[in-house]
Design a binder for this molecule. Structure first.
Ligand SMILES: *[C@@H]1O[C@H](CO)[C@@H](O)[C@H](O)[C@H]1NC(C)=O
Length: 366
């Protein structure tokens, strides 16, 4: 009897998986209707006559227990054989229909790298999709603002809106995304300041805000995010001082601050940090002498301090570092003898070019 009930349950569950909630199917078909994908024809599998949207619709999958649509994963660049067959990457025009908001059990929404999807992020998403964990709309031409109530997506772990045309500010509510691990807003048209309490995002390990028009200073609260490994604020209009606290962040390994308007000294904690492996502060207005704080623990694959206003000598301790892969001190006002040492041997003259009066190998002899 028990076996019999189990069999019925399983067949019901399988039935759910294959069948489609009529409301979900209608929402998916409305989503499809607002898009045009001419080359791969992925939407050919989204047939209005099909009763099995969970199994038949390309890129759609459902929760096996509820039979409701849980994931839409449509990537314009992937290893999927259909791309190989078509011999090209994806291309799609149209926009994201607000009908998506009727899929109220949606956990993953990935509609990325289709190059030409335009229109705005449906404003209903934050209030309608409480189960959303991944929102990835990168690599399109989406414009308009990030919905102001984005912070109500309490389960969101990935927010990737990179490589679009999104404008306006980073909404203040973003700091309420308590589960957020990856934030990627690179290469948009965002303006205004980074919320000063961004440090409330304590789960975050990557924060990528490069290539926008952000202004104001760096929130010191970033340094409270002890999981933060990768912080990219490059190519904005940020100014002010670089917080010294960044040098004591436990797992921070990449810090890109290049092409902004930062001024003041470079915090010695950044150069003495043993965890930081990539530091780029190129093209800012940093000044003063470089602190003589390098040590045998220092390991930089990239240390780019070029195009600033540093003066004085190159710190002697730099010759004692464990490793420096790419060093760039060019276009400053440094002066004096270039230290000699093993970490320097592979570096060419361009690492030291265009300073005031540096000398010694690989430049002219002193
Ligand atoms: C550092 O940033 C500058 C300016 O944005 C960029 O041109 C350079 O390639 C970066 N350095 C490295 C090693 O990536």
């Amino acid at each position: 009897m028990r076996l019999f009930l189990a069999a019925i349950f399983i067949s019901l569950a399988v039935g759910f998986v294959n069948a489609c909630s009529p409301a979900d199917k209608a929402a998916l078909l409305a989503f499809k209707a607002a898009l045009n994908e001419p080359y791969l024809k992925i939407f050919d599998s989204w047939k209005p006559s099909s009763t099995k949207c969970c199994s038949d619709f390309y890129g759609v999958s459902c929760d096996p227990t509820t039979g409701r649509v849980a994931d839409i994963i449509l990537r314009g660049e992937s290893e999927d054989p259909i791309f190989e067959k078509a011999g090209r990457s994806g291309y799609m025009t149209g926009s994201l229909s607000p009908a998506l908001c009727k899929l109220d059990r949606l956990s993953t929404l990935i509609v990325a790298d289709w190059k030409a999807i335009s229109g705005e992020i449906p404003a209903c998403i934050p209030s309608s999709l409480p189960k959303l964990r991944i929102l990835d709309l990168a690599g399109n031409q989406i414009s308009g603002k990030i919905p102001a109530d984005i912070g109500s997506l309490g389960r969101l772990t990935v927010l990737n809106l990179a490589d679009n045309r999104i404008s306006g500010c980073i909404p203040a509510s973003i700091v309420n995304l308590g589960s957020l691990m990856h934030l990627d807003l690179n290469n948009n048209q965002l303006t205004g300041a980074i919320p000063s309490d961004i440090g409330k995002l304590t789960m975050m390990s990557r924060a990528l805000l490069s290539k926008n028009q952000l202004t104001g200073s760096i929130p010191v609260s970033f340094s409270n995010i002890y999981r933060l490994a990768d912080l990219d604020l490059s190519m904005n209009k940020l100014s002010g001082l670089i917080p010294g606290q960044f040098g004591s962040m436990r797992v921070l390994s990449t810090l890109n601050l290049d092409s902004n308007q930062f001024y003041g000294n470079i915090p010695s904690s950044l150069l003495s940090s043993s965890g930081l492996n990539v530091l780029n502060t190129s093209r800012n207005n940093l000044e003063g002498e470089l602190p003589d704080v390098f040590g045998p623990e220092t390991y930089f694959s990239v240390l780019d301090l070029s195009y600033n206003k540093f003066k004085g000598p190159i710190p002697k301790s730099l010759s004692s570092v464990r490793y420096i892969g790419h060093l760039d001190l060019s276009y400053n006002h440094l002066c004096g003898t270039i230290p000699i040492g093993e970490p320097f041997e592979h570096l060419g003259a361009s690492s030291f070019a265009n300073n005031d009066c540096l000398c010694g190998s690989p430049l002219r002899t002193c």
